[in-house]
Ligand binder design. Structure first.
Ligand SMILES: [Zn+2]
Ligand SMILES: [Zn+2]
Length: 314
């Protein structure tokens, strides 16, 4: 009797286990793994001769593209990453510096002209909707001409701006929950980090920020933190060449994060992988990967990746 009962219980347990396995493997077949691709890794609006493109990051969540920031070149970089522009559904803007929003309108336009099957939803701080209205006015002649002449759908009806002026829940669908955190980027008050909690992976994108301990709290337990970074000796060399050196140096010091402090944030957050991106300065080839990473490694013992354009984060 005893043995029979134990055998019965064992049978029940293994049945439960095999059901769980079945469920998991069924899920694994349905949902594609979340991918992280860096599209542009250079901080700042200057368009360089070579090397890094302006800021943009791509998440592929269950094979749907989520674009975070639209620095100049984002359309080209998406194509280089193998993403047809008319597949873009979700765009997130961290703040309204032009290295993050200059190509928002053009990216949407390029998607529309590719043949946009459904609408694009864009999320970001206050100002997003007006910026797109202004963009549509800027291209009014072309858009109206193509609607009349080529029979295209009116792009103004296909784009929805979702503005917010405080942190919190940004988007939730079957695949992902997106939340935002206010970060420190003076003089801009509305500068946000985004956190993407997908079923298989959590990813935090810092946006532009000075050292912000609240970002570490926000990124707690995430798998990957993509954080901006500024290298001081590189900044000193950069500003020396410019007439507005003093003001620019003051802005950079108040608004961005040194490698050591990036390491502290990653360590406090307890993330598995830290990815450095939005490099300031982003076009000084004399700064080595080790120089970018060394400061962060002083404080963070997890994996540190020095981001490159079109790099996929494993
Ligand atoms: Zn920036
Ligand atoms: Zn900025």
């Amino acid at each position: 009797m005893q043995t029979t009962r134990r055998q019965f219980l064992t049978g029940v347990t293994s049945l439960a286990v095999s059901h769980a396995l079945l469920r998991n493997s069924a899920f694994a077949q349905q949902a594609k793994p979340t991918r992280i691709l860096l599209l542009g890794t250079k901080g700042g609006p200057r368009v360089g001769e070579a090397g890094r493109s302006n800021p943009a990051t791509l998440l592929m969540i269950n094979d749907v593209p989520y674009v975070i920031d639209c620095g100049y070149g984002v359309s080209k970089q998406l194509i280089s990453a193998g993403v047809a522009l008319n597949r873009v559904r979700y765009i997130f803007i961290t703040h309204h510096h032009s290295d993050h929003n200059l190509e928002l309108g053009p990216l949407f336009y390029n998607a529309w002209i590719t043949g946009l099957p459904v609408r694009v939803n864009a999320y970001g701080p206050t100002g997003l909707a007006q910026m797109m209205r202004d963009f549509f006015n800027y291209l009014k002649f072309d858009i109206d001409t193509r609607i009349d002449d080529e029979g295209r759908a009116d792009p103004r009806t296909l784009f929805t701006a979702h503005e917010f002026d405080k942190p919190g829940l940004v988007l939730k669908n079957d695949d992902v929950k997106v939340t935002s955190c206010l970060v420190r980027h003076p003089p801009i008050k509305q500068s946000y980090a985004y956190r993407f909690d997908a079923k298989d992976r959590s990813v935090v994108i810092s946006g532009d920020t000075a050292y912000a301990p609240e970002l570490a709290e926000f990124a707690k337990g995430a798998d990957v933190l993509v954080h901006e970074v500024m290298y001081l000796p590189g900044v000193e060399a950069l500003v020396q060449r410019l007439p507005n050196a003093k003001r620019l140096r003051e802005h950079l010091m108040a608004a961005h994060t040194l490698p050591e402090d990036v390491g502290k944030i990653a360590a406090q957050a307890g993330v598995k992988t830290l990815v450095l991106s939005h490099f300031v300065p982003g076009d000084d080839a004399s700064i080595t990967d080790e120089q970018w990473a060394d400061g962060a490694r002083k404080y963070f013992k997890g994996k540190v990746i020095v981001g490159k354009d079109l790099m996929e984060i494993p």
